[in-house]
Design a protein around this ligand. Sequence first.
Ligand code: BGC
Length: 737
Amino acid sequence: MYLKSKFLNEEALSKIEQLISEMTFDEKVGQLHQISLSSVGAFEIDEETLKQMCENGQLTKQEYEENLSKSRLRKIGEDGVRLGKIGSYLGIADPKQIDHFQKIAVEQSRLHIPLLIGCDIVHGFNTVFPIPLAESCTFDDEMFEKSASVAANEARAAGINWFFAPMLDVARDARWGRIAESMGQDTYLAKNYAKAKVVGFQGDDLSNESKVAACAKHFVAYGACESGRDYNTVDLSYEKLHDVYMPPFESAVNAGVASIMTAFNDINGVPMTANKELLKDYLREKLKFDGVIVTDASSMKQLVDHGYCEDGKTAAEYSMHSTVDIDMVSNLYRDCLKELVDENKVSICEINDAVRRILKLKFALGLFENPYSNMDRLKEVSCADEHIEFEKQVALHSTVLLKNDGILPIKKEKYSKITLIGALGADIQQNYGCWAWYGKDELAVSLKSALEKDGVDYCRCYGVYDIDEAQMASALDDSELIIAVMGEHKDMNGEAHSYADITLSEPQKRAFEMLVQSKKPFVCVLYNGRPLCIPEMNEHANAIVEGWALGTKMGDALSDILFGRFNPCGKLTVNFPNKSGECPTYYNHMSTGRPAKNDNAPWTSKFDDSHVLPLYSFGHGLSYTEFEYSDLTVSTGESSADITVKVKNSGCCDGFEIVQLYVHDCFASRVRPVKELKGYKKVFIESGHQKVVSFKLDYDELAFHNSKLEKIVEKGKFEVFVGGSSINNIQSEFELK
Ligand code: BGC
C-alpha cells in the first residue's frame, strides 16, 4: 500500500469502491474540486447582520463590502460542501472554521465524505521555524525531520490535515524570491531534506493525531526559471532535469509522500500541469507514485495563458490525461468535466481513478473516523515549551557567521555603549519570513528586545526604505560599537518577489556609507531570504552574521551568537555572488573547457568586472574556534568507498563543525560538475580534541544520466575533497574499477 495508515485496510478499500459506485457525477467531480476561502473576521456573521452593523456605524462601508464578499464566499462554500461539490479547502487554519465545514461535509452531505484541509505550513505553524533556506544551513537531517514533526503536531490539532510542503525546488538563482523557501542549490542535500520532511510530516501512520499528509512541490524544476524571474519558462536538458531537479522528488516518493503539486512552469515547452510525459509516464509509471497530484493555484487555468491549451476545457482535458487529481482553484474540472465525458474526451475511469486516490488519502488520514480539530490538544501542543526551545536550537544552528575579524563574540566590558540600529531588528514580523501566518506574536523575540537584556541600546536610524541621517549621525557618535541590521523586508522574498538587483536598498547603502565613515567598529546582521551582493560589507564590516528569518526566537538566537553564548556552526547552502550579474552562481557547476584559475587569467570562463570565486561559497560558515583537517583516507570496496578524515578543534572553544564530502568525476562520457556534495556530518568537538569522521560513499551516488536517460555509473578516477566548505578542503582520489 502506498500510503501508510492503519485505516487504509481491505475494508476501507472496499468502502471506497462502494462510495465510488454510489457517487453521482457531480459528487465525483466535487472530490477533485478545491476552493480557497479567506473569511477571517466574517466567519460567523451573515449578510443581514453585516448590513445592520454597517447601518449602526460598527463597520465602515469598505469593511462592510469586504466582509460581505467573504460572507458570500463562506455561503457558497457551505452550500458546495453540503452538496458534495467541494472536496478540499485551501488556506483555512482556524479550527472553528475547519470544524464548521467538516461538520457540514460529514453530517449534511449525502455521502458524508470529509474534506481535505490544505495549508502552506512551510516552516512551522504556531511555533515558527527558520525559513527553509536558513534551516538548510544546519545540514542537519534530524532537525529537518523534527521541525517538520513539530509543525505537523501543532497544525493537525488545529484540524489541518494536509501541508503544501515540503518545497523541493533546487534553487540556484538568488534573484528568484522563492529561493527563500528552498533548501538551496544542492541536489544531495535536497534529497536528504525531502526524506526528512516527508517522514517528519507524515510519520509512519498518516492517521496519527500528530501527523499530516505532505505535498512535495513544485513538480518539477520550478527553481530553474530563466533569469530567476518567478513563473518564467524553464529550458533544460532532460539529463540535467534528471540529475539535478528530479532526485529530491524521487526521494520524497520513496519516503511515501502522500501528494505532489505540479509547478507553474513549462519545461521545454510543455507546462507541468499538462505534462503527461513527466506526470503520468514518469511520476506515476516509472516512480510508482500512487498518491494525489494537485495543481498549483490556478495552474490549470494558466495552461490557456501559456498558449498551450486553447480554452479551459482543453486545459481540463489535458490535465486529466496527465493524471492530475485535484484542481486548485481554477474551477475547470468543475465546469468542464461533464462535457468532456459526454464528448468522450475524458473517460469516467480516469475520473474514478482520481476520486479513488483522493478517497484513499482521506481514509489514510483517518478523516472518516475523525476529521475535526482537537482544541485540548491544540492548547497542549501549540508553542509547547519544548517546541519553542527546539525552535531556538534550530535558529542557532541556522545562523551563519560569514565574516569575523575577531570582534565577535562581543566582549561587553570593552565597550561603554553598544547600539543596535536598523528597523528590521525591532520588528518581530521579520522573524517570521515569507511563509508564516500563524506565529504567536506574544512569544516572538526581536533582536532589539533580546539585546536589551545584554545592555544594548536601540536607535532606529533607518529602515529598508528610509533613513534619518541626523539620528544615524548621533547614534554613531555616541556609541563605541554598532550592531547594524540590514537586508530585506520579509515581503521582498518568497513567491512573486524576484529581484534583478540583489544589493541593499538605497537608504541602507547610505547608512552603510555612514557606518564606514564613522570609523567605529561595527557588526552587520543580515535579515534576508536570498543571498545578497554585499562586497562592501565584506570589506568594511568587522563581522557579518547571516540571520535570515529565524522564526519565533530569532532575537534570542542571534544575541546568543553575538555575545558568544553559542558558537555558530551554520554553513551556506547557496553561493553569495559578488555582483547581481553573476546569477545564477552555484558551486557545482559543470566543468568548462576554459576554467578560470584566477581573476586575471585571460581567455577563461569568468567576468572581466568581477571575481572567479563567489563572495561566499556553498558550505562556507565560520566558527569562534578553528578546525584542522588531516589524514584523509579512501578505501574502495565492492559497492562503496570508505572515507575517513581527522578533524581537530585547534581553537579556543568547543564547537560544532559540519564536515563536508565532495566528489569530482574526472572523466566521463558527459561533462560532469566540478565538484558535488556527497556527504556531510555534523560533529561536536571540544577545544583541543580531535575526532575521526567517516563516510560511506555508495557508488550509486556517482551516477548520472546519459543521453538515453539511463542512470549510469562510469569507471575511472574520482577526486575526493573533505573540509569545512566547498572551497576549503583537503583532497584525495580513488579509481573506480
Ligand atoms: C504557490 C504554492 C502554494 C499555493 C497555495 C501558490 O501560489 O505557488 O506554493 O502551495 O499557492 O497557497
